[in-house]
Design a binder for this molecule. Structure first.
Ligand code: TXA
Ligand code: MG
Length: 376
């Protein structure tokens, strides 16, 4: 088997062996394959030609990998997703393994267009239909009764499936080209900060993912809002990139489900019912994160770094700080939130102090992320 026949997606170097491995899509066999290559058998020029393009914009390559059962990180307007063919059980299992995600946490299935919806769901409730008309493609995920084509692993055994059509042009292109429904959670290790650039994905999942499709920084920056229209009154299971106000303009009033504060629920069998985006601790940095309404509430220390919605007159100049928006713009705050949290988390600071956002529009979802990121 010659590695040059492969469109190389990944190179792995073993520190203990005189070998490296190449994983790529074999054009002849039409599948992903891994070759072991002995260092001494290649010269440096050949090595250059084999260097993997882990990050790129090759839609066809990405689609080939998805159809062959591999994992592709896809850009969306909300956050980057770790995608696999939702109808392929083995591929879906790879998502859980790569993310170290518990199997009680169901995945969102992404489609290229609304015509494909009836292939994977039983029916579309009237309120969901209105939301689809208003907000798809976009940062809205809806729950439906699932058809058998979606494996139970995707839905954590629930008879409902969460579906969304993303608004990112490259996401739509890859979904169209792959022509399969794509299960994709956010492309980060379970519980940690969501990725809003291709490099964020490479930093956390570079070893696990076969290819990262680079669509630039995410413009919304917060995960989709998840709505269930399966009961009488629409219920928001997770606040996100589409605000409560926007949803209510279409469906009248909606219920917002509160996060479970029962720490034991994470291991209960019924946990999937609680939508793990609702887990008390999630989106978390490694450093301690303290959330306050005002800087007057806290005694700041020399090792602190500040996460501020916008410039505050009482913020000390000598502490490192991330200011999310120069005008008071919650949309801009959302777009920059996870990236700023990540930067502060990898800085020298010992503690991150964040100021709550106004509790309106995207501020609600931002505050939700702050609460979960700071929970211990
Ligand atoms: O914006 C987004 O939604 C991103 C991009 C990639 O599309 N995806 C994302 O996926 O945030 P993830 O896995 O990080 O969060 C999906 C959430 C989970 O918390 C899960 O509980 C909920 O969706 N979910 C999925 N299927 C569900 C179902 N059948 N019932 C209730 N909640 C469900
Ligand atoms: Mg996530």
């Amino acid at each position: 088997m010659c590695p040059l026949q492969h469109h190389v997606a990944k190179l792995r170097i073993f520190s203990s062996l005189p070998q490296f491995s190449l994983t790529g899509f074999c054009l002849q066999r039409g599948q992903l394959e891994t070759d072991l290559v002995v260092w001494s058998s290649i010269d440096s020029q050949r090595f250059q030609t084999l260097m993997p393009a882990l990050i790129g914009t090759d839609i066809k390559h990405a689609a080939d990998i998805l159809r062959a059962g591999g994992l592709v990180a896809i850009p969306t307007e909300t956050v980057y997703g770790l995608g696999a063919d939702a109808t392929n059980l083995e591929s879906v299992a790879k998502i859980f393994a790569a993310k170290q995600r518990p199997e009680f946490d169901p995945l969102i299935v992404h489609l290229a267009n609304v015509e494909k919806l009836s292939e994977i769901v039983e029916d579309v409730p009237a309120a969901a239909e209105k939301l689809i008309q208003a907000f798809w493609p976009g940062p809205l995920t809806l729950l439906f009764r699932k058809r058998d084509v979606i494996p139970d692993l995707v839905t954590a055994g629930l008879d409902t499936v969460a579906v969304r059509i993303p608004a990112h042009p490259l996401a739509l292109e890859i979904l169209e080209a792959a022509d399969v429904p794509v299960a994709a959670p956010s492309a980060n290790k379970f519980g940690s900060i969501s990725p809003t650039t291709a490099q964020h994905v490479a930093d956390q999942l570079g070893d696990e993912v076969d290819y990262i499709l680079d669509g630039g920084p995410c413009t919304v920056g917060l995960e989709s809002t998840i709505v269930s229209c399966l009961a009488e009154r629409p219920e928001i299971l997770r606040l996100g990139g589409l605000s409560l106000e926007q949803i209510e303009t279409v469906v009248g009033s909606a219920i917002v489900r509160k996060a479970s504060s029962d720490p034991g629920h994470q291991v209960k069998e019924s946990a999937a019912q609680l939508a793990p985006g609702m887990l008390k601790r999630h989106y978390a940095p490694r450093k301690p994160l303290i959330v306050v309404d005002s800087l007057n509430e806290i005694e700041l220390q020399p090792g602190d770094a500040l996460l501020l919605p916008w410039k505050l007159s009482n913020a000390p100049e000598n502490l490192p700080s991330a200011i999310l928006s120069t005008p008071k713009d919650l949309t801009e705050c959302a777009a920059r939130f996870f990236s700023a949290l990540r930067t502060l988390d990898s800085s020298e600071a010992q503690r991150i102090v964040a100021i709550r956002f106004p509790n309106e529009g995207l501020g609600r979802a931002l505050n939700d992320r702050l609460e979960r990121a700071s929970a211990r």
